[in-house]
Write a protein that binds this ligand. Structure first.
Ligand code: 5RP
Length: 227
């Protein structure tokens, strides 16, 4: 039986094979994507040429260490393929992302992509989104007003994400509120409503964005889910 880490390596290896010469590829963030970057690095060493649009500073640093050429989103018109991870995936490929705090840049890169492929181990598959607390990226100024709004509107106590006892700061200088919805029945409506709260930059619901998901299992099998 494969460990969770080995499953991540398995799906990363399969996904790396989809990257072809001269493509522009969005590279997600997180531990699964770490293995993808390592695989792509091996392929670059063997002569593969593509340019990567990273979704976080961490991904940019990991890709640079593998000699993967990087480009900024502003430098390209569109992206051929983005490969990213997820925190939850439902049966219609709706996602919760942002466990690593990179949701804003991840969503912008995904939106600019012709195809979004999600890599995950089977534990990320859910019937209903929401058990994983939904990350909400907020402006630090007045963030407690957003927390109050969520308390009054949804009766939830959103937690300010911390790192070393200090507020976690995203790559774009924002805070993250983790929202324990428990069960999200209408993710598209919730996503729209959350983004309308003053001070909210974006939320971790990725609605109708993923085209495909590659799911890995402990027995070494993988399953492809299509939109
Ligand atoms: C980061 C993300 C990641 O894709 C998500 O948290 C999954 O990460 P991992 O592969 O480490 O489980 O959305 O913002």
């Amino acid at each position: 039986m494969l460990t969770q880490d080995e499953i991540k390596q398995l799906v990363a290896k399969q996904a790396a094979e989809l990257v072809q010469n001269n493509m522009t590829v969005g590279i997600g963030s997180g531990t699964t994507i770490y293995y993808l970057i390592r695989e792509l690095g091996k392929r670059v060493k063997k002569g593969l040429f593509f340019r990567a649009i990273p979704t976080s500073k961490k991904t940019a640093a990991l890709a640079a260490a593998e000699n993967i050429p990087l480009a900024e989103l502003n430098a390209v018109d569109s992206i051929d393929l983005t490969i990213d991870g997820a925190d939850e995936i439902d049966g219609s490929l709706q996602l919760i992302k942002g466990g690593g705090g990179a949701l804003l840049q991840e969503k912008m890169v995904a939106a600019a992509s012709r195809e979004l492929l999600i890599l995950a181990d089977y534990s990320k598959l859910v019937q209903h989104l929401g058990k994983f607390p939904l990350p909400l990226e907020v402006i630090p100024f007045g963030w407690k007003q957003v927390q109050k709004n969520l308390r009054e509107t949804y009766q939830i106590e959103a937690a300010l994400r911390l790192q070393d006892d200090q507020p976690f700061i995203s790559d774009h200088g924002h805070y993250i509120l983790d929202c324990p919805f428990d069960r999200i029945d209408n993710p598209d409506i919730l996503s729209y409503d959350l983004n309308a709260i003053p001070g909210v930059v974006d939320n971790g619901l990725f609605i109708n964005m993923a085209d495909m998901a590659l799911i890995g299992y402990p027995d070494g099998k993988t399953e492809t889910m299509n939109k």
